[in-house]
Design a protein. Structure first.
Lengths: 253, 94
């Protein structure tokens, strides 16, 4: 079993320095990895990123993060990523990382993702340049996620997790006004997850959404925005699949 | 609750609170707060402001902006600070 701790939308700033650390210090007892699902800062400033970096430095479990829209606000996303990396985090954008947990290999593929909406009510790449660019950015993020998940499949991971900020499914947005769903996620992310395969998808961004959802391909989705889970993080226990060649093989699904 | 007497009366009605609520939401999102987690909506004759924010200071700032933007309106607020304790259980995924 792999124990995955996750939280998003911690939106830290100088006035919340240290508030998550007592809870984070309990991670080695209850989790093998901490996933951060973006919106780690309020405005994406380097001052705020330093607060986040100090909060996660030397936690005793590996930390894997994606950035959120707030982390882009000050247009210093590369510096924000750099500060988090200096603190030991893996920061993913269309990339994957493989962590060793005991004998198991845990793969995490990540992207911020973007909006565009869901099947039946989604934006198309048509019309004004800014509208086309909106959809293209969303597609680029989803393509990056798919490629990263496929790379993990080749690397023979025991568990594969898709980590995004924007939501791949509408279910975990329940509680948000339906009118803003196109700004909260994109079906392209779910399509990438279902095409490449994953054991769990984790996202944030929808502060008023719901924790539980599933892609049409049957991949469990969890919205871990801190206001949704009402904790410093939530922990998910993922079973390890039987290795190929072992008997009592479990059917896929 | 529904009101039975609601409905457009003759003549130009005074502008409702909707635009002011929209401006509030704009200001919360784009102002120095960058607060997208607070939701304001008109319900009945009042404005309901709800959300979860990262700190008590953020909460105070949000409420100050709300007072400024919605002065004179009947406003109900339910803005809480994020809970930062450890979880007491894990979810088993099959
Ligand atoms: Fe957020
Ligand atoms: Fe966000």
């Amino acid at each position: 079993m792999i124990r995955v701790a996750a939280v998003g939308d911690i939106h830290m700033g100088p006035d919340t320095r240290g508030v998550l650390r007592p809870a984070f210090d309990t991670l080695p007892d209850c989790a093998d990895v901490l996933l951060l699902a973006g919106d780690l800062t309020r405005h994406g400033t380097t001052d705020e990123a330093r607060v986040v970096a100090d909060e996660i430095r030397g936690l005793g479990v590996p930390v894997v993060a994606v950035l959120g829209n707030h982390d882009h606000h000050d247009d210093r996303q590369d510096e924000v990523s750099g500060l988090l990396r200096d603190a030991g985090a893996h920061v993913l954008e269309g990339e994957a990382t493989v962590l060793s947990v005991g004998d198991a290999r845990v793969g995490v593929a990540g992207t911020k993702g973007f909006g565009g909406g869901f099947v039946g009510a989604s934006a198309g790449e048509f019309g004004e340049p800014v509208m086309k660019e909106f959809v293209r950015v969303s597609r680029r993020c989803a393509d990056g996620l798919r490629t990263a998940l496929e790379r993990l499949a080749e690397e023979d991971c025991d568990v594969r997790i898709a980590l995004t900020h924007y939501s791949p499914v509408p279910e975990t947005l329940a509680g948000e006004p339906p009118e803003i769903y196109p700004f909260l996620g994109s079906y392209l992310l779910a399509e990438a997850i279902d095409t490449a395969g994953a054991d769990l998808a984790v996202h944030g961004h929808a502060h008023a959404g719901s924790e539980h959802g599933m892609t049409t391909g049957g991949v469990k989705v969890r919205n871990v925005a801190q206001p949704v889970i009402g904790r410093a993080f939530h922990v998910y226990h993922l079973p390890l699949r039987e290795r190929v060649g072992a008997d009592a093989g479990t059917p896929a699904g | 609750m529904n009101t039975h007497d609601a409905g457009p009366a003759g003549g130009a009605p005074p502008a409702g609170p909707e635009y002011r609520v929209a401006h509030l939401q704009d200001r919360l999102a784009s102002g120095e707060l960058g607060e997208l987690g607070v939701h304001a909506e008109v319900r009945g004759g009042a404005v309901l402001v709800t959300g979860t924010v990262p700190s008590a200071r953020c909460r105070d700032e949000v409420l100050a902006v709300v007072r400024e933007e919605l002065g004179g309106l009947d406003v109900h607020t339910d803005v809480v600070v994020s809970e930062s304790s450890s979880p007491d259980h894990a979810e088993e995924l099959s």
